[in-house]
Each structure stands twice: as C-alpha cells, then as structure tokens.
Design a protein around this ligand. Structure first.
Ligand code: COS
Length: 378
C-alpha cells in the first residue's frame, strides 16, 4: 500500500489548485449569476494541459494519468462547478476519441480538444425518452452512399452549443443495446440544430441543450468505433466519466466544508463562536469523514483505471458515495450558515444547487447501485 501521490500527480494537483484559486474562484459567483459559459477559463485550462489530462502526449494530451485527472477535477470543482463539468466532459470526449477513434479521428480532434481550439467536447447519448436506459434510444443513422444520415433528438447535452466535436450515438441496427453505433459530428454541421438551453437549478455557467439531427448527413469516416459496437463504448466512457463526476462532487463538497469552517469560527452566538458547539462540530466532523471516504473511493477507482484493471463497479461506488456525501456536506454548510446560508451573500447556496445534479447525471444514484449490485451478485 502507498497513499503518497507521486511528483507528477502532485504537480498536476498544484497547477490546478493555483489556477482554480487565483483565476477561477474570483469569477465563480458571476459565472453562476450571469449564466456565463467560461470560454476564457477553458482556454487557460487548455494551456495548462487540464483539458486532456489522460490523453497521450502524441495527441496533444498531458498523459498524466487518471489519478492526476481526478485530483485536478476536484481542485477545479472546488472553485467553480460549472467550469468543472465542462472540463470533465471535454476530458471524457478526448479520452474516448484517443482510445476508440481511428488515427485520423484522434489526430484531428484530440489536439484541438486538448489546447482549447475546440471550446469543449460533447457527449450526446441521452434522449428525451432515453436517459437511464440508453439502449432505448430512437435516434437513427441510415446508411447512404458514402455516408450516414442521422435523425433524432438528443437531450441534456453538456456544452452542446459550443463543442467543436460531438460524439453522437444512433441506432444502426435492431432494437436494444446491440444495434447502436457511434459517430463524430463537428460544430455547425448541416442538419445539426442546437435547441433550447435548459434553465437549471445549478451549474448555471455550463451549457446544457437539446440537439436535433434533421437529415444530418455525415461521411463514412464519421463512424466511430465498430458498427453496432457503440453501446459498449458509451458504457466504458461512462465508467471513466463517473470517476470524474465523483471527483467533481468531492471538490464542491470540500468548498462547502471550507466555507462552513470559516463561518463557524467567526460567527458568535451565546457569547462564543458556533464552532465551539458540539452540534456544529459533529456536522463538520461528518462532512470531513464522508468526503475523505469519497476521496479514497475515487482515487482507488482512478488508480484501477490507470492500471487498466476492471473499474466499473469501483467507479459507480465512488460516484454514488461521493455525490451523496457531497450533497450532505453542502446541505450541512447551508445549515451552519443559518439564514445567511439561504442568501446569495454566501456561496453555500450555490454549492448546494450545483452539487445536486451529481446524483443524477452520468447515471443516477439508482443506476450506480444497479451497476454495483449486478456485479456483486453475478
Ligand atoms: N463496460 C463494457 N461493456 C459493458 C459495460 C461496461 N461498463 N456495461 C455493460 N456493458 C456491455 C454488456 O456486457 C453487454 O454486452 P453483451 O451484449 O455483449 O453481453 C452490453 O453492454 C449491454 O449491457 P446490459 O445488458 O447490462 O445493458 P442494459 O441495457 O441492461 O444497461 C445499465 C445497463 C443500466 C448499466 C446502463 O444502461 C447504464 O449505465 N445506464 C445509465 C446511463 C447513463 O449513465 N446515462 C447518463 C448519460 S450521460 S449524462
């Protein structure tokens, strides 16, 4: 056993922390209030190598590994959760293209995702009627001479309006999970229509849209991975994505905890700081313990993935625990702040709004428990 980070991991963590605290954090409240997509910040993350942390250097990535990615994600989320989710999906898209794409696809997209030439990457799996059950998707891809024609609608697409490249899943075969393939579609492609931006509870600086494919013709070389092999690519990508979301939730939870500690030491009631009351101490102890456990689970799942070991169950365990622990930590932070926690004067309310979706996206808590139970009971 070795709980020490290596020098490279520490460097990535420190780089992310410095940029997050100095550059991102001062803008986080405005990003939320103004629903501002963080274009400039993403450029900065690209310059620091944080948009393709686990992508090979030959494709423009940092090749720093999954553990380093998890650490960087937590640091960015600690400053701004909207920026963090945009970074998470971009990293996931870069990784999946590096892993499953042809050399030509990888060489076209990975460097552009890594350096921020593409503002972001997007992952278009969910549909209005297919969320937890992507095998029920209705978007189709019909073979024509020299290419494919995509028709259908995708929902909840993070960065969908700004992404340079979108990984799109569509039905090429029969019903169920076996007849699904994957395609790469670039921004502004004819027949790709960007729909309404969702008016969300939190993550208001991240872009979330529907995408409609209306007779959207793409060339043969847009097919990504094997014909009818797309579902497994989605599942493998999500296994990694869930480590990212667990790490994001930990960052939001830690931010909420940090602020609760500062407030509890400062706020005086009954003639002393409220941090001296056991009721407050126990809340802080519980959040510290639960987030620490979350970190262990996330880093272990990251380590397994980095060592190309099976990590699906561990990624789901990390995500379900981290997201739920972080929601509890953010809720406690609002409670510790009292009435002030319910106002925009403090960041506590933003953290609670931002963190809530981590129990929903990239697989709900219920889906994570299903994945875990299926593997345990197999
Ligand atoms: N890695 C590799 N392959 C996987 C896999 C994984 N993690 N999970 C499933 N597969 C494979 C299975 O082995 C199976 O292959 P065969 O057909 O060769 O046997 C195939 O994929 C279908 O798997 P399964 O029958 O388990 O599919 P289900 O429809 O029952 O779905 C769940 C399984 C529920 C786990 C899946 O639909 C899921 O993760 N849903 C949540 C989706 C999600 O996260 N949505 C959010 C969208 S992104 S914001």
């Amino acid at each position: 056993m070795d709980f020490e980070l290596d020098d490279g991991q520490r460097l990535v963590q420190q780089t992310a922390r410095d940029y997050a605290q100095k550059t991102i954090l001062p803008q986080a409240a405005a990003i939320d209030r103004e629903e501002r997509f963080p274009f400039e910040i993403l450029k900065g993350l690209g310059e620091l190598g944080l948009l393709a942390v686990n992508v090979p250097a030959a494709l423009g990535g940092s090749e720093a590994g999954v553990v380093a990615y998890s650490l960087a994600m937590t640091e960015v989320a600690r400053a701004c959760a909207s920026t963090a989710v945009t970074m998470a999906v971009t990293n996931m898209v870069g990784e999946v293209i590096a892993k499953f794409g042809t050399p030509a696809q990888a060489e076209r997209h990975c460097p552009r995702l890594a350096d921020g030439t593409w503002a972001a990457g997007a992952f278009a799996l969910s549909e209005p009627g297919a969320g937890s059950d992507p095998g029920g998707m209705r978007t189709t891809a019909r073979k024509v001479d020299g290419g494919w024609v995509l028709d259908g609608q995708k929902a909840w697409i993070t960065s969908g309006a700004h992404a340079g490249v979108i990984v799109v899943w569509a039905r090429t075969g029969g019903p169920g999970t076996a007849g699904i393939s994957c395609f790469l579609v670039e921004k502004d492609h004819k027949g790709l229509l960007v729909g309404k931006h969702e008016d969300k509870l939190g993550l208001r600086g991240s872009n979330t849209v529907t995408l409609t494919f209306d007779d959207c013709e793409v060339p043969d070389d847009a097919l990504f991975g094997e014909l009818d092999g797309g579902f497994k690519i989605a599942m493998m990508a999500l296994d990694g994505g869930r480590i990212g979301i667990a790490s994001q939730a930990i960052g939001i939870g830690l931010a909420a905890l940090d602020e609760a500690i500062v407030y509890a030491k400062d706020r005086q009631q009954f003639g002393k700081a409220i941090a001296e009351f056991q009721a407050i101490q126990w809340m802080i102890a519980d959040s510290t313990t639960e987030l620490s456990a979350a970190r262990m689970l996330a880093l272990r799942a990251a380590w397994l993935k980095e060592h190309t070991r099976p990590h699906s169950r561990e990624a789901s365990m990390a995500k379900v625990w981290a997201s739920e622990a972080a929601v509890r930590a953010c809720n406690r932070s609002v409670q510790i702040h009292g009435g002030y926690g319910y106002t925009r004067e403090f960041a506590a309310e933003r953290h609670l709004r931002d963190v809530r979706v981590s129990m929903i996206y990239e697989g709900t808590s219920e889906i994570q428990r299903t994945v875990i139970a299926r593997q345990v009971l197999r």
